[in-house]
Design a protein around this ligand. Structure first.
Ligand code: ATP
Ligand code: MG
Length: 189
């Protein structure tokens, strides 16, 4: 089983590269951002709660997120593997993921850290906001999300280094070039 964590700041290209990984390696994809946006679109209670946090550039509380992740994971039967996109975003989520996988006799195979300079992240997200109309892709909310990334999410870099699962990827370049580096790292597993 391939259990891949794709990691990086907002706008680092997690979704784009996940789609390519899914295509090449035939594994399942969990994007917590996509799950939450679907809930918002469908007007569910969860969606209403999530919207309050997302519009403020904040993270959804860990207990809620961990529950969501567990139920999506349970829906993947006979899977060749999973790519986790947007989860974990806190140390508590990383510990929960480790435990959930351990209960299934599994573990994270690799954590891919897509590193992109901050000015490039801003440029990409502002452009995405203009094209897709994603409500959280505006300058003010992006700045908040980057602060949250540095304070709550970036500590996972050292956490995964300690687990021996960390792999740095240069997230700047062509989509193909970045994917080649990712595919090379996965093939070495
Ligand atoms: P990227 O552009 O690299 O795909 P992103 O940060 O723009 O990343 P999503 O992963 O789609 O976007 O997440 C959007 C929002 O959903 C986050 O800002 C956060 O509010 C919420 N969210 C998503 N995943 C989590 C999580 N694991 N824990 C808490 N909140 C989450
Ligand atoms: Mg995304």
């Amino acid at each position: 089983m391939l259990n891949i964590v794709i990691f990086g700041a907002p706008g680092s290209g997690k979704g784009t590269q996940s789609a390519r990984i899914v295509e090449k390696f035939g594994i399942n994809h969990i994007s917590t951002g996509d799950v939450l946006r679907a809930e918002i679109k469908n007007g569910t209670d969860l969606g209403k709660t999530a919207k309050g946090y997302i519009d403020q550039g904040q993270l959804i509380p860990d207990v809620l997120m961990i529950d969501i992740l567990a139920s999506v994971l349970d829906s993947f039967k006979e899977s060749k593997g999973v790519i986790f996109d947007g989860f974990p975003r806190t140390i508590a989520q990383a510990e929960a993921l480790k435990q959930m996988l351990a209960e299934r006799g599994q573990q994270v195979s690799i954590m891919l850290d897509l590193e992109v300079p901050e000015d490039e992240l801003m440029t990409r997200l502002i452009k995405r906001g203009q094209e897709s109309g994603r409500a959280d892709d505006n300058a003010e909310t992006i700045k908040k999300r980057l602060v949250v990334y540095h304070s709550q999410t970036a500590p996972l870099i050292d956490w995964y280094k300690a687990e021996g699962q960390y792999c740095h990827i240069n997230g700047l370049g062509t989509m193909e070039g970045i994917f080649n580096e990712i595919a090379g790292a996965i093939e070495k597993l």
